[in-house]
Design a binder for this molecule. Sequence first.
Ligand SMILES: C[S@@+](CC[C@H](N)C(=O)[O-])C[C@H]1O[C@@H](n2cnc3c(N)ncnc32)[C@H](O)[C@@H]1O
Length: 221
Amino acid sequence: MTVLSPREGYRLWAPTYEAETAVTFLEDRLACELTPPLAGLRLLDAGCGTGRRLLSTDAALAAGADLAPEMLAASAAPGRLAAADVRALPFPAAAFDVVWCRLVIGHLPDAAPVYRELARVCRPGGTVLVTDFHAQAVAAGHRRTFRDSAGIVREVEHHVHPADAQVEAASAAGLRLVGTREGEVSPPLRRFYERAGRLAAYEEQRGLRIVLALSFRRGAD
Ligand SMILES: C[S@@+](CC[C@H](N)C(=O)[O-])C[C@H]1O[C@@H](n2cnc3c(N)ncnc32)[C@H](O)[C@@H]1O
């Protein structure tokens, strides 16, 4: 299978992206656990995709940015969405209290510039939350695949950034680790496998870690 660049992959994935998968369902649970109450805060979702995670927040300001215009065009999210790379965000320094970067960093070859930019736009004392496809899932042979609107299975480029390497890159950017979650294949995900007629795979994969979530506090300047 040809491995697609993120730009091409999400151009093709955009029409069907919002169908929740085992990975995105689990990721959302972990992200909610690690995100502080958002009422009154300024939130940025860097690599927001369709911006769907911004829809359910009560943040005072909810902004998003994504590389793929097709993902943004599929958005029903209010607020401000920009076409931009997470390594060069079109926002001033310290503009946000909470910065999400969810299921994006694995699509980039180097984590350091991503963490530098997330830290730049987060205010001192604010929160940066990064989630990723887990390295253990990749080691077990899992890939970032999706079925396009014609039913063809496609794969998007993914780079493994182990948790310790991410924490190191974050630390170099002035971010201190304050929370970690690792999400595994477990009963709440069974229905996704059942719907796909893959219950045997569910039994085989139980306990496999498929999502990593890291939360950081930005230090003072
Ligand atoms: C798995 S989707 C996650 C979308 C959203 N964060 C969510 O959880 O629903 C990954 C997103 O990252 C975006 N992306 C990939 N590389 C990017 C980059 N360098 N800058 C900005 N967005 C990027 C893709 O266009 C895609 O929308």
